[in-house]
Design a binder for this molecule. Sequence first.
Ligand code: NAD
Length: 257
Amino acid sequence: MSSLNGVIALVTGGAGAIGCAIAVELARQGASVVIADQAEKEGLSAADKVRKVGGRGEFYQVDVAQGVQVQSCVEWALSITGSIDVLVNCAGVQVPGAVVEISEEEFDRSMKVNVGGTFLFCRNVIPIMVNKGGGSIVNISSSVGVMPERGTAAYCASKAAIVGLSRQMALDYARSNVRVNCLAPGWIDTPFNEPIIAAMGGSRELELLIRRTIPMGRQGTPQDVANAAVFLAGPYASLITGAVLSVDAGITAGIYA
Ligand SMILES: NC(=O)c1ccc[n+]([C@@H]2O[C@H](COP(=O)([O-])OP(=O)(O)OC[C@H]3O[C@@H](n4cnc5c(N)ncnc54)[C@H](O)[C@@H]3O)[C@@H](O)[C@H]2O)c1
């Protein structure tokens, strides 16, 4: 795996299961990491985990859906680190429900956090990367952003929009040496999926679904996603931009069941 010595990374959603694993793996490869999340206790603890593997770890409390807060967060990160070379947009929310089952507010919130948060951080960080001569952005979409599932209308729409926005930004900033890529994780074993698992009838139903429909027959771990994120963020992915990398045990390879 590549060395990220001297690299400064900002990870939104870094207090969560996948974001924290990404932050720690970036630090293991030598990066300093700023964690941006709304969850204070978990964010401070994630920054602690980053420091335990030897990296510089900082936490900033922010709602990624609020433009003024995002601008302050990026200004603060820049003031204490002097640079942002890698941006990982991992903060996300998920509301179960078909289109007629979710409220206008639930739809708006899904779009504002998942797509809007990605937009706001990119909007504030890209000029810093362009000024420095380059950078790397990894946006966390989902397998359902590529191949939608039943019963999660707002989430699928928001994750598909992240793919579209990422590929578009890859074009606009390719000549500035700013690479923009997406990760599309499948089922990853984190508390994020608890409402969906409850809606489908519990963990027994989940087990059956995994055996029936996931080609590799298992959920992923946050570490599986972190490994792929560090790859896309770092120099081994130097010619990769506008890509959507599936980290999904084969879910989007084709129909398995
Ligand atoms: N778990 C999965 O199966 C899975 C699969 C595909 C994609 N993903 C994506 O991976 C990302 C992380 O998921 P996870 O499983 O680690 O979930 P998680 O709930 O553990 O992490 C999500 C993090 O986002 C933060 N967050 C939510 N809204 C925010 C806001 N408005 N402002 C700031 N922070 C906010 C939360 O505080 C939390 O720390 C999400 O974007 C999710 O959509 C997860």
